[in-house]
Design a binder for this molecule. Structure first.
Ligand code: GLN
Length: 381
């Protein structure tokens, strides 16, 4: 056996794989990994099948199918009043995570510092470290996961290369507010600091609140890579198709990496999605659709011992349990699977440091009956 050198020593399988596998082994209801348990629109599947049958089976252009890039640029520009050019400022990716990997690979070199907000999606920190970058973490805490920008300012140095934002936020379901945007504009003004804005849940914002896209603000737009996901838009997370938008100078660097990473994203899905999304009503109702699920789930969870944290967006509802158990969240999450048949995600997995806020994350992008059945089980706790 040869000796291997690990670029990510101490990194195990992602928490999403671990919990989904445990859920399968114990036949538990899987509210851990964020994905719908109902199928996407059969019309969409037909359009992808039609694309294959009509011969769209060879490489797409490296940056994406022109029709799909155009659709994305139109959608974003209409929604956020921006002016992204489909040829030079939009790239179709193999899902959000690939876009994130590509951005960080393109921008981060040894010694560069990247500010992240924890709890954070599990991909950010390992990729930064893999590139030789240093992670500067601002830790948000329950119940509100609010950001004190005076503290964020202290994380800034002459080596700060990038800030990673994620709104609506995974795992907490919080959303950026106007005061956050104003602070961000002030903090980055006259700097070369870039922003990676993970906006994969952009359409899932509740209670009439506005999605704070970086595309809305010229001062932020000029320094931002925005990451979006067709998986969330189309209820098809397993298709792994998303996109990145950024000003031309940033997108040039993104594409240098993208071409050697995936080269291009699968053609029939791009054709099918482009044809399907000609009708914008498909995504305009998404917030209402998921808000109903959130409201139902919150109502049902009200019958359990858990305390509900606020949920303003995303697929996720977080709860606290410190008032009835001393267990660590990883321990309780495992016990919920083995003893009660419900899988969740322990939120400590989204922090680099050991934390013990005693918070669990549930995904409510599920059929009504799934949410009802899971709460019937959780009531017994
Ligand atoms: N974004 C999804 C979640 O948070 C999972 C993505 C993944 O499994 N890598 O559950």
């Amino acid at each position: 056996m040869i000796n291997t050198y690990s670029k990510l020593p101490g990194t195990a399988n992602s928490i999403f794989s671990v919990m989904s596998q445990l859920a399968a082994e114990h036949n538990a209801i899987n509210l851990s990994q964020g994905f719908p348990d109902y199928d996407c629109d059969p019309k969409l599947i037909d359009l992808v099948a039609d694309a294959m049958k009509s011969g769209n089976n060879q490489y797409a252009p490296m940056a994406g199918l022109p029709a799909l890039k155009e659709l994305v640029a139109n959608k974003v520009n209409l929604q956020y009043g921006s002016n992204y050019h489909p040829d030079t400022e939009v790239t179709i990716t193999a899902g959000g995570t690939q876009a994130i990997f590509t951005i960080l690979t393109a921008c981060i070199q040894a010694g560069d510092e990247v500010i992240i907000f924890e709890p954070a999606y599990d991909a950010y920190a390992p990729i930064i470290k893999m590139m030789g970058g240093l992670v500067k973490s601002y830790e948000m805490a329950p119940p509100d996961y609010d950001i004190d920008w005076e503290m964020v300012k202290k994380l800034f140095s002459s080596s700060t290369k990038m800030i990673i934002l994620n709104s609506p936020h995974n795992p907490t379901g919080s959303v950026l507010k106007d005061k956050d945007i104003q602070a961000l504009i002030k903090l980055t003004k006259d700097t070369n600091v870039m922003i990676l804005s993970d906006e994969v849940y952009e359409h899932l914002v509740y209670d009439g609140e506005k999605h704070q896209s970086m595309a809305l603000y010229p001062e932020l737009r000029e320094r931002s890579f925005i990451v979006a996901s067709f998986g969330k838009l189309l209820h098809a997370t397993g298709w792994k198709v998303g996109y990145c938008i950024a000003p031309e100078n940033l997108m040039k660097e993104f594409r240098k990496i993208h071409q050697f990473n995936v080269f291009s994203v699968n053609t029939p899905m791009q054709v099918g999605i482009a044809n399907y999304l000609r009708d914008p009503s498909i995504y305009l109702g998404l917030a209402d659709f998921f808000q109903q699920k959130r409201d139902l789930f919150r109502f049902l969870l009200g019958q359990t011992k858990f305390n509900l944290l606020p949920c303003k967006g995303s697929y996720f509802q977080c709860v606290t349990y410190g008032h009835f158990s001393e267990e660590e969240d990883t321990v309780l999450a495992k016990r919920l699977i083995t003893d009660y048949g419900v899988a969740t995600i322990p939120v400590s997995a989204f922090y680099m440091r050991n934390t013990d806020h005693k918070v669990l994350r549930f995904c409510f992008a599920k059929k009504q009956e799934t949410l009802e059945r899971s709460v019937e089980r959780l009531i017994k706790l």
